[in-house]
Design a protein around this ligand. Structure first.
Ligand SMILES: *Cc1c(COP(=O)(O)O)cnc(C)c1O
Length: 430
């Protein structure tokens, strides 16, 4: 694919934007490449400045579930825009969105909106500390919760590929309050809890998306729930990706677990900046102006983002078949690709749940951070570049999820399967 215009833009960007990007993974560094510049996106496809079209599996990192530039959504947003872009005051639709969310998540009795997922997890942690009067938190190796100081310790996603265990600029005194446990290893959680009495909360992605998709073992989430209850520790589910993706009520619905606080983002803004955190009334009422935990935002509950979110959630609520469709898509893709992996003898393994999946270049089971890291990065780089040549855009990093939407249909599925055949054949030859 010709990327001349994109290359020119990237050179220009690098002069005035650090690394040329506003979020590190967009720089394509983990795959030793340079980014294309997006001109527009529609349905399951994204178009770049050099007039190439790519079938999109990044989908704004999972924020898009109805496909790009959905017409109903655009109409709704146009109407919202006509009434003003920001009020900094109360409006009707923030209640409608909150009602849709509490309706879908029984564990959320009250919630507050923020402008990003990062703000949601940051505020949830402060709330947990304020409510319990304790300082320490537990997170899991490889779980990413946004760029919050206390949570940028052993985080996955961009950080996993860059091999930066921590970010600089985080006070050691703060990082000290974050304990690290291993996903799918309840003993590692129990050990920390038994040794330390000052734990405010445990935060995790109940299905990991930021080391690629990693599912919880049977009983893992339930055990965590029990440990939290026994020790008066608040359990925080970061469902920023999984929220309305794996099913309408998130991972907690599928695994029948009840976190004390849930963080949401991505899908609930329909592609606009948003986040939310919510939980039991008594906990949420510790927030100002009701309680003493301060949290605020000039653009929180932004009317345009909220109207977009209301549209998407309402649509999903009335069209649950979308989940079935996304599930079928991934199942059929998985079946076809696994047969091909046999045919070409390529070590490859797929972890999947409704709406999201990851292919790891390894033969062993991927069920935690360490096993995900076994995935061959050189293979992924080759895969990524060959797929891009085929007109298919996967995440520019091996430790990410691929996302499907309601717009990924039969045509997209067969295009992808055909591309896998050619790409795997090419990889097997070398
Ligand atoms: C994306 C993400 C965040 C951060 O959300 P932003 O809107 O990027 O700040 C937090 N947690 C998880 C699980 C995420 O995937």
């Amino acid at each position: 694919m010709n990327r001349e215009t994109s290359r020119g833009l990237f050179e220009r960007a690098k002069k005035i934007i650090p690394g040329g990007v506003n979020s590190p993974v967009r720089a394509f560094r983990s795959v030793n490449d340079v980014p294309f510049y997006v001109k527009k996106a529609k349905g399951a496809y994204i178009y770049d400045e050099d007039k190439s079209r790519y079938l999109d599996y990044v989908m704004s990192w999972g924020a898009i579930i109805l496909g790009h530039a959905d017409e109903g959504l655009i109409e709704e947003v146009k109407e919202a825009l006509g009434s003003g872009t920001s009020f900094g005051a109360c409006h009707r639709y923030e209640i409608v969105l909150a009602e849709l969310i509490t309706d879908a998540f029984p564990a959320i009795e009250k919630l507050r909106l923020t402008s990003s997922g990062t703000e949601a997890t940051m505020s949830a942690i402060r709330l947990a500390r304020g409510w319990t009067g304790r300082q320490n938190i537990i997170k899991f190796r490889g779980c990413y919760h946004g760029h919050v100081d206390s949570l940028l310790v052993k985080a996955g996603s961009g950080l996993a590929t860059f091999g930066i265990p921590d970010s600089s600029g985080i006070p050691l005194d703060l990082a000290r309050h974050t304990y690290i446990a291993d996903f799918n290893n309840i003993d590692s959680v129990e050990e920390i809890v038994n040794k330390n009495k000052d734990i405010a909360c445990i935060i995790l992605e109940p299905v990991m998306g930021n080391m690629g998709v990693i599912l919880p073992d049977k009983g893992f989430l339930k055990d965590m729930e029990r440990i939290c209850r026994e020790n008066n520790i608040l359990l925080i589910f970061d469902e920023v990706i999984t929220g309305f993706r794996v099913t309408y009520g998130g991972v907690q619905h599928i695994y029948d677990t009840k976190p004390d606080i849930t963080c949401l983002g991505k899908i609930i803004g329909g592609g606009f900046p948003i986040g939310a955190f919510g939980g039991r009334t008594e906990i949420m009422d510790a927030l100002a102006p009701e309680g003493n935990v301060y949290q605020a935002g000039t653009l929180s509950g932004n009317p345009v983002a909220v109207r977009a979110g209301v549209y998407v959630l309402d649509y999903l609520k009335k069209n649950r078949l979308i989940y079935q469709q996304m599930d079928d898509y991934i199942k059929r893709l998985k079946e076809a690709v696994l047969a091909m992996k046999e045919k070409y003898r390529i070590p490859y393994r797929i972890n999947a749940i409704t709406g999201m999946w990851t292919g790891f270049f390894t033969d062993r089971v991927v069920d935690d951070y360490a096993s995900a890291l076994e995935s061959d990065r050189i293979c992924y780089e080759r895969f990524f570049k060959s797929m891009l040549e085929e007109g298919i855009f996967f995440a520019p990093s091996p430790f990410e999820a691929s996302f499907v939407t309601s717009q990924h249909g039969e045509e997209e599925l067969s295009r992808t399967i055909d591309a896998f055949d050619r790409v795997f054949a090419g990889m097997a030859k070398r």
